[in-house]
Design a binder for this molecule. Sequence first.
Ligand code: PEP
Ligand code: MN
Length: 334
Amino acid sequence: MMIQLDPLATEEQEQHLIARLEKMGFQIARQGAGRLALVKGVDKLVKLEEFSKLPHVASVKPMKEKFKLASLASKPAPTVIEIKGKKIGGGSLFVIAGPCSIESKEQMELCAKAAFDQGAQCLRGGAYKPRTSPYEFQGMEGEGLDILKAAAEKYNLITVSEVMDASQIETASKRVDILQVGARNMHNFSLLKELGKVKNPILLKRGFAATYQDLLLAAEYIISAGNPNVILCERGIRTFETYTRNTLDLNAVPALKELTHLPIVVDPSHGTGIRSLVLPMARAAVAAGADGIAIEMHPDPDRALTDAQQTISFEAFAKMMAQLKLIHKAVQSC
Ligand code: PEP
Ligand code: MN
């Protein structure tokens, strides 16, 4: 349920009303501009009219969505996340670029320079890798995160890297700006709850078989545990198609915009799994209104230790960025 307060209600009166509702057993979240979301304790037996009689209440609306705090109904203005002066959401194009895995200092410095030169804001690189086989490269862990941080700082970039379980959060949250939840972990609710306790924004990737509602409920776990800064990521889902690694579901961009205020980033690298398809699908993502894209690139893509077949070169990245800037400008002026 959403309660819109009288615009003349003072902070004290709002606090008073919150305390009263909490006493009645509801869990309340403030959604800005005199909006209160009742997220817990509301059931079918509660009558809306009773709430409209409370002091300083202007209107009361039911919220049909299961995801309360992530819903557009609870917060109509888009969430804009700002990290070290770089903005995610609200109209700008946020570009994440870097290798699938952090492999060495040299590799990350070259990637940071290429990202910076083309106007990307965020350097990516996995240090804890969710590999299908235990015999494959598992990532450089803490040492890799130090390399990522140093390379990014040199070029004034922010960083993103995946945490696979709660034991990695402490190390990663000190070294990385944005913590990533991978597709395989989108349903790991205990990890999501732990990420609700950190200050770092979270890049939440859609699970292989997750619906939009599943993705938004995963975001709800993080937000309701105290961290409002969640960035959603469409990275492709499993379908019967086998030519591509995944099917990049670009419906997700406009559909999620109808459902949530959270920023939406598209990852055409994992979404296609094929180098030659990354550029056209990145273009399509920006045209569809994505708030950002996440791209895997490498100084020597064929020799990347992980995901080589979907990793693009610096030249291809430069070409992509030139095109995306044009498309983004066109979308903004539509
Ligand atoms: C990644 O970004 O490197 C990754 C493993 O992504 P996903 O979880 O989407 O497969
Ligand atoms: Mn990868």
